[in-house]
Ligand binder design. Structure first.
Ligand code: C2E
Ligand code: CA
Ligand code: CA
Ligand code: CA
Length: 278
């Protein structure tokens, strides 16, 4: 099962008891959230290390809860997954992200958006068609969208997943392997899956300034990615030394708190504007 699902369970203590009162209440609130549009997206820039420019962002879902405040995906994604709500959640996420993509395309700094899709989504044979029409009604080219999938569930239903990924990619949508290095047979599926980008998990990246082994793994992964013709993205970059080491070693893109936290679209626009003045 997805990592999110396990993490989600931790919040609702005693994960065999699916009817815990807290769990049920949050589930009801989540239904309301979807109905009333309380889910919102934050966007984290990916810095292009060869040019210092930003052309890509990752969309990360947030729940603007009326009483509990801003909630992060670890709090509710597992629950949504277990309750069979991911299809709706994906629709909300894709709608928000693609509407924003339209705005950015009309702006002076067009950005492509990467969206995370979780385990249950990539077995849905309708998905490629649905995404294609969401792009079409907005007049968006497929290149504005990227799908990030974790290797964990690339393993779950391999043939089906590969088929759906291949269809998405045939449409012209980029595919990224997320959290690379944390799953079981990373190398095996890299051989067979249709992907464009490799996102090395942040557990290798954030310690790299202090841990030579972590750094060695990062640098080898850059070479691995390039030898397969993939774009290498390092996530979880939290300090300048790491950013410089990644740049010096040919990493293509970097993402992390040192560059910027995930921001609501207006804040990201302001961040981009301030950068262009530097
Ligand atoms: P992820 O796809 O690996 O996303 C990266 C996570 O790392 C984000 O957490 C981001 O805020 C955080 N992060 C970014 N830079 C740094 C850094 O420098 N240091 C550290 N420590 N963390 C950093 P977030 O937003 O809480 O999301 C957690 C996970 O929830 C994501 O992990 C992704 O798997 C999932 N998720 C987020 N949004 C969505 C969504 O719209 N749909 C689905 N299905 N899953 C989502
Ligand atoms: Ca991701
Ligand atoms: Ca990741
Ligand atoms: Ca993750």
């Amino acid at each position: 099962q997805a990592k999110q699902a396990r993490r989600g369970h931790q919040i609702y203590s005693g994960d065999s008891d699916d009817t815990g009162p807290m769990r049920l209440r949050v589930l009801q609130e989540l239904h309301t959230a979807l109905d009333q549009g309380q889910l919102t997206m934050h966007y984290q820039p990916k810095l292009d290390l060869s040019t210092g420019e930003v052309h890509h962002v990752e969309a990360l879902v947030r729940w603007a809860h009326p009483e509990r405040g801003l909630l992060y995906p670890d709090f509710f994604l597992g629950l949504a997954e277990d309750a069979g709500m991911m299809r709706r959640l994906n629709q909300v996420v894709l709608t928000e992200a693609l509407d924003q993509a339209v705005l950015w395309r009309q702006s002076d700094h067009p950005l492509t958006i990467a969206v995370n899709l979780s385990a249950s989504s990539l077995v849905d044979a309708e998905l490629p068609h649905e995404i294609a029409s969401m792009l079409a009604v907005r007049g968006l080219p497929p290149e504005v969208l990227e799908i990030e999938v974790t290797e964990e569930f690339l393993m779950a239903d391999r043939d089906r997943t590969r088929h759906i990924l291949a269809r998405l990619r045939d449409l012209g949508i980029r595919i990224a392997v997320d959290d690379f290095g944390t799953g079981y047979s990373s190398l095996a599926y890299l051989r067979e899956l249709p992907v464009d980008d490799l996102k090395l998990d942040r557990s290798f990246v954030f310690p790299m300034a202090e841990d030579p082994r972590a750094a060695a793994l990062v640098f080898s992964t850059i070479e691995l990615a390039h030898s397969l013709g993939l774009t290498m993205i390092a996530e979880g970059v939290e300090d300048e030394i790491s950013l410089k080491a990644l740049t010096d070693n040919g990493c293509d893109q970097a993402q992390g708190y040192f560059i910027s936290r995930p921001l609501a679209a207006p804040a990201l626009d302001a961040w981009l504007a301030a950068r262009s003045l530097e």
